[in-house]
Design a protein around this ligand. Structure first.
Ligand SMILES: O=C(O)CCC(=O)C(=O)O
Length: 380
């Protein structure tokens, strides 16, 4: 008898970040094994020694751009200078409304049929699988959908917006690979933080960036994204010691995310760096550096939504092995377009995905095995 798959608590996503509290399911043994291996103290040198080229003071952007044969359809040179100076770039009107609407339709479908899926959802801080939920809150307050790029092709497509993948290719000097995604319906009011202590599966740690795509025009009272231009420079943000000198957060950390926020507030004040708010139009996209302090600002008008989709990326070669997945013909599993990668990791092979991925599932060792077991069971 094949045991019926049990919905997973997806406990290993805390605040939408990968954490070590992964729950006990055998189905995610691969994820668990990898994460145990990565349980370690990471010292500031790990950040400083191997950084993307633009983070080196002597990075010569003009020479780099001059060395390129073909230039993209935007001002790459100006954008790279802005990245180096501010740690933020904005592309206006870069995301197609059609692509956004297709993703909103997928979210709508998920919300109407959430028990058909095992999507990691956070509701008011509680981590759940969509299958175990009683209902979504009516106004979707406090709802965050995690890793939708695994389950929805339209989400993966938003992660791989052409100008974003192209720009990140120059930042990393390698194809960007999505390592995490978060979908918010309303302002998150998340205190100021930097991503790498939490999004830390990439090696080296410093090969990290994120894109923030509004799924609608963002009103200033809806709790826009806040960021601190120039604070991505490690000299200005400083390192935060989570305990024993480690710069990453895990279940052994002796200090809390709120202490981290206090450290960052103090650093921003000492450096005289003020906060800017991003109130974009649908179709704009903001990309931030992996060391950029950012936050969800206060929602002044709780009746307003602030639908947004965030992707975190690393360089192709820096992505952890557990993320990579190939079918029995050796083809990568996921969405690979515009020079970027969005893998569906192996444990998603046997989970239900939204129809936007198409009907068939990839023929991986896992799906073939699963099929064979189902057939044997049927004729037994
Ligand atoms: O959109 C927000 O409010 C915050 C997003 C965020 O902090 C993140 O994705 O790291």
């Amino acid at each position: 008898m094949i045991p019926k798959p049990q919905p997973h608590g997806w406990g290993f996503f805390i605040c939408g970040k990968l954490s070590y509290d992964y729950g006990g399911s055998e189905r995610y043994a691969g994820a668990r094994e990898t994460m145990e291996k990565t349980r370690q103290i990471i010292l500031p040198e790990a950040w400083s020694q191997q950084r993307p080229w633009l983070d080196h003071p002597e990075a010569d952007i003009d020479a780099y751009v001059a060395s390129l044969g073909k230039l993209p359809d935007y001002d790459l040179q100006a954008k790279l200078h802005a990245w180096k100076r501010d740690g933020i770039v904005i592309f206006e009107g870069a995301v197609s409304h059609k692509a956004i609407d297709a993703y909103l339709a997928d979210i709508d479908l998920l919300i109407r049929n959430f028990r058909d899926y095992e999507i990691p959802v956070e509701v008011k801080g509680k981590q759940l699988s969509s299958r175990e939920m009683d209902a979504f809150p009516d106004d979707l307050t406090g709802v965050k959908l995690n890793q939708m790029h695994w389950f929805s092709k339209t989400a993966a497509r938003l992660s791989l917006t052409p100008q974003v993948t192209d720009f990140l290719k120059h930042v990393f000097r390698a194809p960007p690979t999505v390592c995490q995604s978060l979908t918010f319906w309303r302002g998150s009011e998340q205190p100021i933080h930097i991503d790498y202590p939490y999004v830390r599966e990439q090696n080296p740690l410093s090969f990290l960036a994120a894109s923030w795509v509004p799924l609608e025009d963002v009103h200033p009272d809806a709790g826009p994204l806040g960021y601190h231009p120039g604070a991505h420079n490690i000299e200005r943000s400083g390192f935060f010691d989570w305990g024993e000198g480690s710069i990453i957060h895990d279940e052994h950390s002796q200090r809390t995310p709120m202490e981290f926020a206090q450290h960052l507030w103090a650093r921003m004040a000492a450096e005289g760096i003020s906060r800017q708010e991003f109130c974009p139009k649908k179709g704009d996209v903001l990309i931030w550096h992996g060391n950029m302090p950012h936050e969800g600002t206060r929602v002044k008008d709780p009746s307003r939504t602030r639908k947004s989709y965030v992707s975190h990326y690393t360089a192709e070669w820096a992505a952890p092995d557990w993320m990579r997945n190939h079918d029995i013909f050796g083809r990568p599993v996921g969405l690979f377009e515009n020079g970027g990668n969005s893998f569906q990791p192996p444990w998603v092979d046997t989970l239900p995905v939204l129809p936007s991925w198409g009907r068939g599932r990839p023929l991986t060792a896992r799906t073939v095995n699963n099929l064979a077991r189902k057939l044997i069971n049927r004729f037994r």
